[in-house]
Design a protein around this ligand. Structure first.
Ligand code: FES
Ligand SMILES: [Fe+2]
Length: 419
């Protein structure tokens, strides 16, 4: 009888990730499969990455009125993202201050989103205000020294950045305004805080969260996965990445000259190109490309000339995550006379290309489970995959990557400045 296969100890996995990330881009290769499939490593990521960094949970357009809420679960924390009566968006724990029950049990009577007047625990009817303070509890008058002012729903540290609600579980992360200051500058014209989610779809994913983020950030795969769809207007070989940043990734996916010409002509009154009213104030580069971003670890954001896409990714296990894909449009686009028509025609697009990605991502995870799994080499077009490795390696040491002070390796700006 042969001995059971045992996953290498966590330390060996971390050493291998660091050794891989230390290779220069021209020698880059994929991470060991344990980085995507080992539960001990996933637990390490949970405690040292997801709980220490910022996780995006919602956009303010999902929480318009006092009492509007989204209930979700992340790393055994039942959470409630809610706008209180003062208009403050908070991330509360759903754990009741009485007997620790989740105040929104898994039942149709407790919808995962909606609008609440008060938060009522169904077990013994303790009643909480929208900010988590305890407003009332019955039959507690004989409990010695009990003061309801001492009891409330716990709150997690949260911040709203560009309209996105983020949580930081351990409470020690650097404020988002500092971490994402450069990110903020790159997306300023979109005014994302004022945008609204127009289209959203939920997906259950049988693959590691990094399989999704890598797929999101590298556009080399347009050549294969999206050959008949995205690659027509945004060929994979044109993609390029900004130099390394400690807190986010930024890659560019320029449009073809053909699409650029069609969009210019439509702006000048020529034949209409499907889509929403354009975002105003974009630079030439911003208007004629998809801007791909990931705020570490997994805030996925994308800009185009007429919309933004946001993917909310919630890691569940080494080989499982939950995904919400959304399309955001400006208020001006929503008010445009042809908005409903544009919405009808554009709802299919993100569904189509994301379905293509989902097939590939699930197939990647199957390959990672195989005895024939490989450590393949990376193309220069996969620079974001290499940058993700470098983020993971830095976080394994409790650091962030250094901000690179040089021109991009590839793409239109590559030759503009010396290294
Ligand atoms: S557990 Fe919530 S009121 Fe008793
Ligand atoms: Fe894709």
């Amino acid at each position: 009888m042969t001995a059971p296969e045992i996953s290498p100890p966590l330390d060996a996995i971390l050493q291998e990730i660091k050794a891989t990330a230390a290779l220069p881009l021209a020698q880059a290769k994929t991470l060991p499969r344990e980085a995507y499939a080992d539960e001990d490593y996933f637990t390490f990521e949970r405690d040292n990455i997801f709980k220490k960094d910022w996780m995006c949970l919602a956009h303010v357009s999902q929480l318009k009125t006092p009492g509007s809420y989204i209930a979700l679960d992340l790393f055994d924390e039942p959470l409630l993202v809610i706008r209180d009566r003062q208009g403050i968006v908070r991330v509360l724990s759903r754990v009741c201050a009485h007997r620790a029950i989740d105040i929104m049990p898994d039942d149709d009577a407790f919808p995962r989103e909606g609008e609440a007047r008060l938060l009522v625990c169904p077990y013994h009817k303790w009643v909480y205000e929208l900010d988590g303070t305890l407003r009332g509890c019955t039959q507690m008058h004989n409990a010695e020294g009990f003061d309801k002012a001492d009891w409330k729903l716990s709150e997690f540290r949260s911040e709203v950045w560009n309209g996105f609600v983020f949580v930081n579980f351990d409470g020690n992360a650097m404020p988002l305004a500092e971490q994402y200051a450069d990110f903020d500058r790159d997306i300023a014209p979109w005014n994302v805080a004022d945008m609204e989610i127009a289209i959203e779809l939920e997906w259950e994913c049988d693959f590691n969260w990094k399989v999704m983020v890598e797929n999101w950030m590298e556009s080399y795969h347009h050549i294969g996965t999206h050959a008949a769809t995205l690659n027509v207007n945004m060929p994979g070989e044109l993609t390029w990445s900004e130099p390394e940043h400690p807190y986010f990734l930024h890659a560019h996916l320029p449009y073809t000259d053909k699409l650029r010409g069609e969009l210019r002509a439509s702006q000048a009154g020529g034949p209409a190109v499907p889509g929403f009213k354009w975002i105003e104030g974009l630079s030439e580069t911003q208007a004629f490309e998809w801007g791909l971003f990931t705020g570490f670890p997994c805030f996925m954001f994308l800009t185009t000339h007429d919309r933004a896409l946001w993917y909310r990714l919630l890691p569940v296990a080494a080989d499982r995550c939950l995904l919400l894909t959304t399309t955001l449009v400006s208020k001006e686009a929503k008010d445009a006379p042809d908005y409903q028509e544009a919405l009808a025609s554009e709802t299919e697009m993100p569904n189509t290309f994301h379905s293509e990605d989902m097939v590939m991502n699930a197939a990647v995870q199957r390959g990672l489970r195989s005895s024939k799994v490989v450590r393949g080499r990376l193309s220069h077009l996969e620079e974001p995959v290499w940058l993700i490795q470098r983020y993971l390696a830095a976080r394994a040491d409790g650091r962030y990557p250094e901000k690179a002070n040089r021109a991009p390796y590839h793409g239109p700006r590559a030759m503009q400045a010396a290294e």
